[in-house]
Design a binder for this molecule. Structure first.
Ligand SMILES: *Cc1c(COP(=O)(O)O)cnc(C)c1O
Length: 226
C-alpha cells in the first residue's frame, strides 16, 4: 500500500524549510492529488497540457500548478489563465507566446529557464553558454507579462553520483551567473527528483520535483496524450 500522506511527510523531513516541494502528479489521479492536498501539499507538477487542463477543471486553484514538461507554443493558451509556474521555458518563441497569452489574461506568469546539462541527447533545455549570451543581449528584459524566477534542470540518468552532483553544480552555477541579468526574484533553482533530490539540495537546489517517492510508480503510458 502506498501511503501518500506518509510519503510526503518523509520527503519533507529531508528538506529544509526553505526548499519548495513540488509533488509531480503526472499520470496519477485526481483522487491521489486530493490525498496529497489533505496532507498540506499545495504545489503540484504536471508534464502534459491536456492532463493538466483536465485536472485543473476538477481541482481548480486549490492547487498551485507547475508545468514541468516540454511545452509547445500552440498549447500555451490552454494553461495561461491558471498556471502558477512554467518551469520548462526553453526558447525565445515560447517566452514570446507566454508573454502574449499572459497579457490577454491580465496575468504575470512566473517562469523558469530550463537548462540542459545532462549527457543524454535532448532537444529541450538551453545550453548554458547560449542562455548566458541571450541574457547579456538583454533578450529577456523585453517581456512585461513574464516574471523570470530562476532555472530548472535535470541531472544525467546515471548511477554515477559524481556525475549527478557535477550536473547539479553546473545548473546552480548557471543560476549564479544569470542572477545579475534579472531582478531579485530570480531566486529559484529547481532540480532534484525522487532518486536524487538529496544530492540536489546539497548542490544548491531550492525546489525539488518529486513524483514516484510520493505517489509510487507511475502507471505505464507509452504515448502520453498531449
Ligand atoms: C516526472 C518528472 C519528475 C519526477 O520524477 P520522479 O522520478 O518520479 O520523482 C521531475 N521532473 C520532471 C521534469 C519530470 O518530468
Amino acid at each position: 500500500m502506498i501511503d501518500i500522506k506518509e510519503n510526503i511527510r518523509k520527503v519533507r523531513e529531508e528538506l529544509q524549510q526553505s526548499v519548495t516541494l513540488v509533488a509531480v502528479s503526472k499520470f496519477h489521479s485526481v483522487r491521489e492529488i486530493e490525498t496529497a492536498l489533505e496532507a498540506g501539499q499545495v504545489d503540484f507538477g504536471e508534464s502534459y497540457v491536456q492532463e493538466l487542463v483536465a485536472k485543473h477543471e476538477t481541482l481548480g486553484d486549490r492547487v498551485r500548478w507547475h508545468m514541468i514538461g516540454h511545452l509547445q507554443t500552440n498549447k500555451v493558451r490552454f494553461i495561461a489563465p491558471f498556471i502558477h509556474m512554467i518551469q520548462s521555458v526553453d526558447s525565445i518563441r515560447l517566452v514570446q507566446e507566454i508573454d502574449r497569452q499572459a497579457g490577454k489574461c491580465g496575468r504575470t506568469i512566473d517562469c523558469l529557464l530550463e537548462v540542459h546539462v545532462a549527457m543524454e541527447e535532448s532537444k529541450t533545455g538551453w545550453n548554458i553558454e547560449d542562455l548566458i549570451l541571450e541574457s547579456e543581449r538583454g533578450t529577456f528584459a523585453a517581456y512585461r507579462n513574464v516574471r523570470f524566477r530562476g532555472v530548472m534542470g535535470m541531472a544525467s540518468n546515471t548511477l554515477d553520483m559524481e556525475r549527478i552532483e557535477g550536473d547539479f553544480r553546473a545548473i546552480a552555477s548557471c543560476h549564479d551567473k544569470l542572477c545579475g541579468y534579472f531582478d531579485d526574484c530570480f531566486d529559484i533553482v529547481s532540480m532534484g527528483m525522487s532518486e536524487d533530490y538529496k544530492a540536489a539540495v546539497r548542490c544548491g537546489s531550492t525546489m525539488v520535483r518529486v513524483g514516484s517517492s510520493i505517489f509510487g510508480p507511475r502507471p505505464m503510458k507509452h504515448t502520453a496524450g498531449q
